[in-house]
Design a protein around this ligand. Sequence first.
Ligand code: ADP
Length: 328
Amino acid sequence: MEKHEELLRIKHLKKYFPTPNGLLYAVDDVNFSISKGETLGVVGESGCGKSTLGRCILRLIEPTDGEVIYQGENIVGCSKEKMKELRKELQIIFQDPYESLNPRMTVSQAIQAPLIIQKIYKASDRVGLEKKTHEMMDLVGLARRVANSYPHELDGGRRQRIGIARALALNPKFIVCDEPVSALDVSIQAQVLNLLNELKHDLDLTYIFVAHDLSVVEYISDRVGVMYLGNFVEVGEKEKIYSNPMHPYTQALLSAVPVPDPTAKRERILLEGSIPSAHKPPTGCKFHTRCPKCMECCKTQAPERYEVDDGHYVYCHLYDKERREQQK
Ligand code: ADP
């Protein structure tokens, strides 16, 4: 596998939901790319648009505007037939497998359903389907004896393994993992995260890993994008983001994560106010209403993207040297 070969590029992606109170700006001009074999963590507080972003990329919901370029081709606007074909390659693992699994389907039926829908196997091919089901169950660490169990008979970790097996059954290349361990006990989270990592390496997968838990994102990601009110505010290699956060929002988020070393000091940055409504996001930099370093220009002008280090980007006027000089 060639390193840094681009698999996916997101350009100016937007999703505005029409609601009785007007448009809700869930995803508002997001841009980034992902290389083959990479895990991009997307982190941010609840409601900042992470799930909507993941679903728009897979076209499970239609973006309002923008491009999703997968292997060089913009898949926004491509035909239903083409999308059905692409669905095999572009998969999702949901947060709550209990909700995403049909309670009346057994484990084997749940794993077989996408294979039959995508016409990989005929429903009548019992032998082929059973063989494939066992293969998938072995792959995700589900004991074959639970093949005829129903989701409610299994614990959260096993249910999530069914969700993973379903996503993998069609041999995907790219998976959106949408808070896949958030609903699990902490002890089981690590097992599922390790499984996802192993599968990524063994099957040459590429992930977007959406989560609000900064420690989980740190563990699983190669690069991390931090979202606030529908925008990326910072993106870069995990090590750079966690050791040297540059955006005041990232700094505040990370300051709230407990550090394992009790002698290490990290000052907690408390943000004032709550997240503004996505119906009426603040002008300029959307974070300016809560930013401890807000300058005049932040109130009216949206920041551009500044590269502060190799591949480490921040959307913040603080890193515009010229403007900083002017503000003095
Ligand atoms: P996150 O995954 O970061 O918690 P979401 O993507 O779920 O955030 O939601 C982003 C915003 O979009 C929230 O304000 C949410 O209420 C809104 N939203 C999500 N789905 C819909 C929908 N189908 N209709 C209207 N608003 C929605």
